[in-house]
Design a protein around this ligand. Structure first.
Ligand code: FAD
Ligand SMILES: N[C@H](Cc1c[nH]c2cc(Cl)ccc12)C(=O)O
Length: 520
């Protein structure tokens, strides 16, 4: 049995994963542990404009960072939803918002909508946020007040819970877009101020002891770095977990074929163009393009499968999509490793970030995975005996989150009506993860609920599945038969209340640009 007290933590890698891990561990354990972070000055980070889950606010709260401090430093903006364009047919759009689904008489409002909605827009009939996004509104008034929602700021939300403990309790109405490289810089200062040792150097070798545990890493200029627990944040390289420890990587490529991306950072005049309060995912012939509105520029990129599209073609498509403004901007071509390491914790090494796993950025889950992994690491942090059960529970939690998200993303493709190219035709016949086929059959007669979605915590509530099914339009859905026999007065009232509230808020809330121009 190992008897090494895991007090000395060495984080290898200084991207979003490395700095989020170092800062969170310091905030959690203070000087009871030592943290060293080594990052290469030569090997870059995947620093595209990032979109997040709303849960990220718990990360900032844990570090005691306030929006007014970190947001301007990271060119951050509010994200109220993901807007899906052209997934059903050209010109169609729908939203996946940060807004809890209302229920009437024990049925979700979307079920009543299938029975007898006000309009053909499920999202506008069932969620206030869809109208706020269409109108480009900020979720805060100019005096900083959050728009009135089921979530009441300063209310009863319990503090100090992990994300999984929060799920289903409240739904905060927005997440963020920010520049990943600027957040890493911000967290570097936070961490170093609190005692994290920061080394800029390249790890050239990883030395194992006789049991195969990592004894130390060898750097180019700083010699050997010894530690007890090593956190692999080296990105797609997986330098420690995959290369040194030989943990196999399990690809998701059979069900999620997008393996490439080309990205552009485009400075734009936001005052003239306005600032959308959401991420946009626009379907393309061989994938989709993300548009992330930051303060002062957009981050955009084409995610595609190289079996269907060459990098040159993808770059051309992206530049045409962006239009004027991107001519002088250099494109960043990225190969994505889609899937997960079979175990994210092996011996005394825990992989966090892209080295642990990644699914394509369709629902912005990369940073959510990191945040979740760090919370789980704190929860299952080992003692001197390195009890293997702690490691096993950690590995199950990580595998479940990624496998669940994989299933949710696959649903986007089989649920999208679009089938005008070979790429989209193939999305309807490709293999799907075990269990999803059976769940799909259930969803055709009963909309997703907590009993019939992927059965382990993976960050996504049932209403998220409803949005993708109702928005995509490929899967035939029907209302619960019981609704045809029920009085729909209360449901009609709820639809009317949502419409009135949306109209009221669109009139009163400032434009997203106006709000952010004051904040920044
Ligand atoms: C195209 C694309 C779009 C994405 N969009 C989103 C999004 O919108 N939302 C979201 O949440 N997530 C998104 N992600 C995921 C997100 O970018 C990553 O989860 C996040 O950036 C974490 O990356 P990382 O820190 O694991 O790796 P990286 O950013 O690759 O960092 C790796 C670090 O390891 C260091 N390193 C590597 N080798 C060595 C060595 N030998 N010695 C020392 N240091 C070394 C590098 O210098 C670097 O500091 C996206 C990812 C991709 C590919
Ligand atoms: N954990 C939830 C996940 C979630 C709930 N609604 C949405 C909407 C979008 Cl666009 C992404 C994720 C979620 C949260 O972050 O609030």
């Amino acid at each position: 049995m190992n008897t090494r007290n895991p007090q000395n933590v060495v984080v290898v890698g200084g991207g979003t994963a490395g700095w989020m891990t170092a800062s969170y561990l310091k905030a959690a354990f203070g000087d009871r542990i030592s943290v060293t972070l080594v990052e290469s000055g030569r090997i870059g980070t995947i620093g595209v404009g990032e979109a997040t889950f709303s849960d990220i606010r718990h990360f900032f709260q844990f570090l005691d960072l306030k929006e007014e401090d970190w947001m301007p430093a990271c060119n951050a903006t509010y994200k109220l939803a993901v807007r899906f364009e052209d997934w059903r047919e050209p010109g169609h759009h729908f939203y996946h918002p940060f807004e809890q689904m209302r229920s009437v008489g024990g049925f979700p409002l979307t079920d009543w909508w299938l029975q007898n909605g006000l309009t053909d827009r499920f999202d506008k009939d069932c969620f206030v946020i869809a109208s706020l996004c269409d109108a480009g509104r900020s979720p805060r008034h100019l005096d900083g007040r959050l728009f009135e929602q089921d979530y009441v700021e300063g209310g009863e939300e319990p503090v100090g819970l992990t994300m999984s403990e929060h799920q289903g309790k409240t739904q905060f109405p927005y997440a963020y877009h920010f520049e990943a490289a600027l957040l890493a810089k911000y967290l570097t200062k936070y961490s170093v101020d609190r005692g994290v040792r920061h080394i800029v150097d390249e790890v050239q070798d990883v030395r194992l002891d006789e049991r195969g545990w990592i004894d130390h890493v060898v750097t180019k200029e700083h010699g050997e770095l010894h530690g007890d627990l090593f956190v692999d944040c080296t990105g797609f390289r997986g330098l420690l977990i995959n290369k040194a420890l030989g943990v196999p990587f399990q690809s998701y490529q059979d069900t999620l074929p997008n393996d490439s991306a080309v990205a552009l950072q485009v400075p734009l005049d936001m005052q003239a163009r306005g600032l959308r309060p959401c991420t946009t995912a626009t379907a393309q012939e061989a994938g989709w393009i993300w548009t992330i509105p930051l303060f002062g520029r957009i981050g955009t990129g084409y995610v595609y499968a190289k079996d269907y599209c060459s990098p040159e073609e993808a770059e051309r498509t992206l530049r045409e999509f962006v239009g004027p403004g991107a001519e002088d901007v250099e494109a960043n071509h990225i190969r994505m490793r889609i899937g997960r390491s079979r175990e994210s914790w092996a011996n005394n090494c825990v992989a966090i970030g892209l080295s642990s796993g990644f699914v394509e950025p369709l629902e912005s889950t990369g940073i959510f995975f990191i945040h979740h992994a760090i919370e789980q690491l704190v929860k299952f942090f080992p003692a001197a005996d390195w009890h293997p059960k702690l490691r096993d529970m950690y590995n199950s939690a990580i595998a479940n989150v990624m496998d669940g998200v994989r299933e949710f993303l696959v649903l986007h493709y089989i649920g999208a009506k679009r089938d005008d190219t070979q790429y989209w035709k193939d999305t309807k016949t490709r293999a799907i993860p075990d269990g999803l086929a059976e769940r799909l059959e259930r969803w055709k007669v009963q909309l997703p609920d907590s009993e019939n979605i992927f059965p382990y915590y993976h960050g996504l509530p049932p209403y998220s599945y409803m949005c993708i099914l109702l928005g995509g339009g490929a899967i035939p859905l029907r209302p619960s038969p019981s609704l045809a026999l029920s009085d729909d007065t209360a449901a009609r009232k709820e639809f009317a209340a949502i419409r009135d509230k949306a109209r009221h808020l669109v009139e009163r809330l400032p434009a997203q640009y106006e709000y952010h121009a004051r904040l920044h």
